[in-house]
Structure formats: C-alpha cells, structure tokens
Design a protein around this ligand. Structure first.
Ligand SMILES: Nc1ncnc2c1ncn2[C@@H]1O[C@H](COP(=O)(O)OP(=O)(O)OP(=O)(O)O)[C@@H](O)[C@H]1O
Length: 117
C-alpha cells in the first residue's frame, strides 16, 4: 500500500512538472491563463449558478487540455525532425486546429452563459 501511494505521488509530481513546463514555456498558455482569470472574475461578479460554473469549468479545461496536447505534439515533432516535412506540417496544423476548435467551443459556451437568456 505504501509503495502504491508513493508511486501515485510520483505520477502527480510528474504531471505538475508538465503543468509548470506548459505554463512557463508556452506563450499561448499566458493568453489562456489571462482569459481564465477574466472569465472567473466575470463569473464571480455575475454570480453564476452551479450549472453555469460547471460549463465554464469544462470550457476552461477543454482549452487548457487542447493546448497541452498541442504543445506536446509540437515538441515531439521538433524532436522527430527539424527539417521541413509535409507530414510534420500536417501534424502541427491539425494539432493547432484542435486548439482552435476547443477555443471556439469555449467562446460559444461563454457567450451562452454570460449573454444567453
Ligand atoms: N518541421 C516542419 N516541417 C514542415 N512544416 C512545419 C515544420 N515546423 C513547422 N511547420 C509549419 O510552419 C508553420 C508555422 O508553424 P509554427 O509557428 O508552429 O512554427 P514552429 O517552428 O513549429 O514554432 P514553435 O516555435 O512553436 O515550434 C505551420 O504551418 C507549421 O505546421
């Protein structure tokens, strides 16, 4: 049991190291952090319901997750090949498209929560 808990604690440490790397080395993340702070402040000010907060939390997590996967894929691509390659271009562009889709969905959720009926 002790070994199990130590192994889980190690996994958490690695995950937090990844989060730190994402926040401190990926400039796009700073935009997401700023957007998150603005939305959370606006949500406090508007007094959102539990359901509305749940949608906002999911929207924020969706964008942060997409940016995390995108960054990981980009870095793996850079490791695989520093040369220009059409497949690397496709992989990076599709990965960036995933972030765009998440950001658009989050924007729609934000509009519905803050300006919907
Ligand atoms: N090795 C590569 N081969 C082909 N196309 C690439 C390669 N690296 C990046 N691209 C493409 O160049 C364009 C600019 O990409 P981006 O701004 O991400 O450049 P980058 O050099 O990967 O930047 P980063 O500093 O974020 O790694 C994108 O369309 C991307 O798909």
């Amino acid at each position: 049991m002790k070994k199990f808990i130590r192994a889980r604690a190690r996994s958490f440490r690695f995950a937090f190291a990844g989060l730190k790397a994402l926040l401190f080395t990926e400039h796009n993340m700073w935009i997401h952090v700023l957007a998150t702070l603005v939305v959370v402040a606006a949500g406090q000010w508007r007094g959102l319901s539990t359901t509305q907060w749940s949608f906002i939390a999911l929207a924020i997590a969706l964008v942060w997750m997409a940016e995390g996967f995108n960054t990981a894929i980009e870095r793996l691509c850079n490791l695989v090949s520093r040369e220009q390659h059409p497949i690397i271009k496709q992989v990076k562009d599709i990965s960036a498209a995933a972030v765009l889709i998440a950001a658009l969905a989050a924007a729609i959720i934000g509009l519905l929560v803050f300006f919907g009926s």
